[in-house]
Structure formats: C-alpha cells, structure tokens
Ligand binder design. Structure first.
Ligand code: HEM
Length: 316
C-alpha cells in the first residue's frame, strides 16, 4: 500500500540531504533533571546550525536530531510516535545485534570536519551537566563513496520522491507527519580476515563487483538479504547514510550505519534477516567480518515539531 506523504507544509529535518565528506554521530543520555536543557537544545537546533554554518555557505552543515523511546516520554510525554520503542536486540545463531542506551542522537554532516566539530562542541556545551555521552564517532567519506571493506556503499539508496516516500511519516501518524525513524549501529570490521579473502569471495559476500560496483545475482549475499519485498509485491526501502570511521593506530576500522525509515519495521525486518537468517541461506555473511557494538532506535521529529517545543508543556 502506498501511503500519502506529508504535504509540503510540514518541514522535515534535513535527513534527505546528500552525503557529505564529513559526519559526526553523537549519542547521549539525558541525566535526571536534564530534560529542560535537552528540550532547549532540540528547540534551538536550527538556530545553532545557522550560527555555526552561516558564514561557510559551501560547508553544507546540517544536523538531524533524534529522540529515543525512554527519553520521549520524559521530554514530551504523550502523544508518542506509534513506532517508537527501544531497539530490539537480536540473538542469532552466530551473531548478535546488541541494544545500547541512547536518549538523543545528533547526526551532523558537513563538507568540512571543522563545521561538524564546532556544532557538536556547541551542542555539548549546552548539554553540560545535563547529559552523558554514550558514543561519539567522527566519520568520513572514503575514496569514491566506499566503505572500509573497499566496496561502494549507498548505490541503491532511493532518491527524490521515492526517498521522501520511504522516509517521511505521513497520515498514518498525523501528530508526527514529516518525522522519521533512525536506526543506528556501530560496526567494527575484522579487516585482516576480510583482506585474506580473494576479491571474488568478497564480491559474493556483498553481492556486487568491487571495482565496477555492478550487482551480482548471489542468493544469500548482503544485497540479496536486504532486498525486502513487501506484502504488496513492491520493494521496501530505507535511506542509508552509513559512513566509514576508524583509528588505524588502534586497529579500528568501522562503518557507522544509520538508516532512516518511515516505518521502523522495515529496517528491523532487514536486521532480522541479517542476524537471525532465513533458510536456506542463513545469516548475512557480511556479519562474519563486521561486529555490531551499538544499536539504538530514535524518532526524528519534523523541524516544525522541534521549533514548537517551547510551546509544548513539559510532562510532569
Ligand atoms: C557492516 C555494516 C554494513 C556495510 C559495510 C554495508 C555495506 C553495503 C554495501 C556495500 C551495499 C551495496 C551497495 C549499495 O546499494 O549500497 C549495501 C547495500 C544495502 N545494505 Fe548494507 N551494509 C551494512 C549494514 C546494513 C544494515 C544493518 C542494513 C539494514 C538494516 C543494510 C541494508 C542495506 C540495503 C537495503 C542495501 C541495498 C540492497 C539493494 O540492492 O536493494 N546494510 N550495503
């Protein structure tokens, strides 16, 4: 079923904007009593973004903020976005998708690292004493949109109207039109085992050729596992904005995975296929070289919702 997307009168946060050379992912938990400061940062986010980014118009600074299930009730009470719940841990026969804490997500992107850094620093300054950091990852674009496994990442992302359809909550949850859900997972790669594979074997894991990025017909590959057909026979889409990160000196090579979706059930169904597996192919082979060390679900309200926070009563 194709649900109507919100009309243009609801302004979303900038999750539909293109990938940038730099990104910073910040996940924090709000301390007891820190709720007012958290509401203040969220309601002032657009202004903060303008203040940091205005003098560098080519910097393409943008920030998307999300709120976790538990924090939602503390910050805004009811109503609550219908699909918002804590990330559901998955314990597969070989691999585990862990669920880790996170009340607020800031997905900051820009053409330059310094802009991401400056915005994150200001957000944290305003949250000082009100929130603790769970995770902070500085990520970067790598060669021609490749991840640290060496493959081009993001090719099959929807664009334009199809992306908006896949991402923006519409009339199915009228209080939250123009919002979206964000699933994040930080993955660490075992690059030594990966690089010990022949390129042909790597291509079978991913389901695309490495150099030329052409799709291969390999049942059970990462691409095959994540091609999800809905009950109406149409492909179910998510919008991925995953970015590489790492510290070579510490042997750390990772992918910060983030997917935006109008219905969290879509990325969750992909995760179930990846981690729990389905006969006859089993789990996603990318997991034999990639370990999820975080996992959190957030709701990303519309930009209009954030702006209206000062007029919304804080829950008791
Ligand atoms: C270790 C972390 C991951 C890496 C390195 C990775 C890498 C890739 C690569 C290289 C592709 C092929 C090119 C493209 O279309 O982007 C791809 C496709 C895709 N991945 Fe991932 N991915 C990861 C995790 C995930 C997760 C957790 C999900 C779902 C929750 C996911 C969903 C998808 C989807 C939907 C596609 C497109 C499938 C299609 O061709 O229709 N990926 N990924």
């Amino acid at each position: 079923m194709v649900l109507p997307v919100p009309s243009d009168d609801v302004l979303p946060q900038p999750m539909l904007s293109p990938l940038t050379p730099a990104a910073l992912f910040l996940v924090v938990t709000v301390a007891p009593g820190g709720e007012q400061a958290a509401r203040g940062v969220l309601s002032g986010l657009a202004g903060l973004e303008r203040a940091v980014g205005f003098s560098s118009p080519d910097g393409a600074l943008g920030c998307v903020a999300g709120v976790g299930a538990e924090a939602w009730d503390r910050l805004f009470g009811t109503p609550r976005p219908t699909g918002l719940h804590p990330f559901r841990e998955l314990d597969g026969p070989r691999h585990r998708a862990v669920s880790t804490p996170g009340d607020l997500l800031f997905h900051i992107r820009a053409a330059r690292v310094d802009l991401c850094f400056a915005l994150a620093a200001e957000i944290m300054r305003q949250l000082r004493g009100a929130a603790g950091v769970e995770d902070e990852v500085q990520a970067f674009a790598y060669f021609d949109s490749r991840n640290l496994l060496g493959f081009v990442d993001g090719t099959e992302n929807p664009v334009g109207r199809v992306a908006a359809d896949a991402v923006l909550v519409g009339d199915e949850d009228p209080d939250f039109r123009g919002g979206t859900y964000a699933v994040v997972q930080k993955y660490l790669h075992d690059v030594d085992s990966w690089e010990a594979l022949a390129v042909e074997a790597q291509e079978k894991v991913i389901g695309r050729t490495k150099l030329t990025n052409l799709e291969l017909d390999v049942p059970g590959s990462h691409v095959d596992v994540n091609t999800l057909i809905g009950p109406d026979g149409n492909e179910q889409r998510i919008l991925r904005a995953a970015m590489p990160f790492g510290r070579p000196g510490h042997g750390e090579f990772g992918t910060y995975f983030i997917a935006y979706a109008r219905d969290p059930e879509v990325p969750e169904a992909m995760l179930r296929k990846m981690f729990l597996g389905e006969p006859p192919t089993g789990h996603d082979p990318i997991l034999d070289y990639s370990r999820a060390v975080t996992g959190t679900l957030f709701f990303v309200p519309s930009a209009d919702f954030l702006r209206s926070i000062p007029n919304r009563p804080a829950p008791d």
